[in-house]
Design a protein around this ligand. Structure first.
Ligand code: NAD
Ligand code: GLY
Length: 360
């Protein structure tokens, strides 16, 4: 088992990475404030992984309730969040009851937000079951829900007490979801880790074949990178914004098409290409760099062309991004391959990037 530590002064926690962690209740039990948990999952993940987790917890004398939500980004809403509150109140869950998120990023984000606000805050644990959630969303404490007017617009920074990334759960992940997670993996290489980007170029076939050693290395490396960035800037006052590479364009794609039409990771892949084209417009990366990024994304089964929404629609959607500051849209751009920064783009540069980066 590999362990990455997230060294936040007020709330340090461990991210454990290995196969078959789901039933290792000895990792969970010492963290509970009372021998009672509520597992939040969805209609796809629960039939696969709820019973082994629940059986293991109950065998360790921990009382378990479960809440099964409908599956999908389209359900990452205040209505679904209320289903969690309804169940917690019906079961008379207390301040010391721990919530466990068992699922992908949608379940993790919603459970974390419910934990942040139920009785003004109860402990929670992340058991991420998608690649995307293992390398990104379960780590760092961003929680929340979507609003019809913008993605992840309602939420809180609220850290889990523990993250258990069980690599065996990735065996059942649909290929399209594996690819979506790979977009966030590639993102870490582009943000500030050229050596990892080069490792990915050499090992993408092994990752797509789900070789355990390759997956374990990639998840650990991504979590190390994320833990370092979050430990330095928990509330995104500075460098944490780099984790949003591809997201200004990507969130516009997701809300512009309707949540769930493109997967989050797919939108981020096309969004990273748009950020790359904008960076090339600024003479910061080369045609060769563009080809390397595109080749890696294609080998990961990801889209490299963004959908045509219309320039004005893109600009309008991006004007609602959380990074907008005094009305100015901020983008994560590439200074060179493997080095990024937060900057602004002229309207002409945005349009030039959209012209080359959107499907004809
Ligand atoms: P998801 O949670 O919708 O999961 C993808 C699909 O895979 C779902 O249908 C799910 O039921 C299914 N699934 C999950 N685990 C499975 C398994 N082991 N086997 C079979 N099927 C499984 O999507 P996601 O890609 O995990 O997460 C995307 C969400 O994460 C978005 O809402 C995004 O905004 C959010 N996100 C949050 C952060 C953060 O820092 N909090 C970072 C990145 C993304
Ligand atoms: N996924 C972006 C962040 O956690 O900051």
């Amino acid at each position: 088992m590999q362990t990455v530590k997230l060294d936040l002064a007020h709330a340090p926690y461990d991210i454990h990475i290995a196969r078959d962690l789901l039933t290792q209740v000895e990792l969970i039990k010492p963290l509970l404030l009372q021998p009672r948990v509520v597992i939040v999952s969805n209609a796809t993940v629960a039939p696969l992984y709820l019973k082994p987790l629940q059986d293991a917890l109950e065998a360790a004398d921990i009382q378990c309730h479960s809440i099964i939500l409908p599956d999908g980004e389209v359900y990452k809403t205040s209505e679904t969040l209320n289903l969690i509150f309804d169940a917690l109140l019906t079961e008379r869950c207390e301040r010391k009851t721990t919530l466990i998120a068992l699922g992908g990023g949608v379940i993790g984000d919603m459970t974390g937000f419910a934990a942040a606000v139920y009785q003004r805050g109860v402990p929670f644990i992340q058991i991420p079951t998608t690649l995307l959630a293992q390398v990104d969303s379960s780590v760092g404490g961003k929680t929340g829900i979507n609003h019809p007017l913008g993605k992840n617009m309602i939420g809180a920074f609220y850290q889990p007490r523990l993250v258990l990334a069980d690599l065996a759960t990735l065996d059942s992940l649909p290929l399209r979801e594996l690819s979506a997670g790979m977009a966030e993996v590639i993102k870490y290489g582009l943000i500030d880790d050229l050596a990892f980007f080069e490792w990915l170029e050499a090992n993408i076939e092994r990752l797509m074949a789900r070789e355990t050693d390759a997956l374990a290395y990639a998840v650990e490396r991504c979590c190390q990178n994320k833990a370092r960035i979050v430990a330095g800037d928990e509330k995104e006052q500075g460098q944490r914004a780099l984790l949003n590479l591809g997201h200004t364009f990507g969130h516009a794609i997701e809300s512009g098409l309707g949540y769930g039409v493109w997967l989050h990771g797919e939108a981020i892949a096309a969004g990273m290409m748009l950020a790359a084209y904008a960076s090339r417009e600024l003479d910061q990366i080369s045609d060769d760099d563009i080809e390397r990024i595109k080749t890696l994304l294609l080998k990961a089964g990801l889209p490299v062309k963004a959908p045509v929404l219309g320039h004005e629609r893109y600009l309008d959607l991006m004007a609602q991004d959380k990074k907008v500051d005094a009305g100015k849209i901020k983008f994560v751009l590439m200074q060179c391959l493997g080095e990024s920064y937060v900057g602004e783009l002229s309207r002409d540069t945005i349009i030039a990037a959209l012209d080359v980066g959107c499907a004809a």
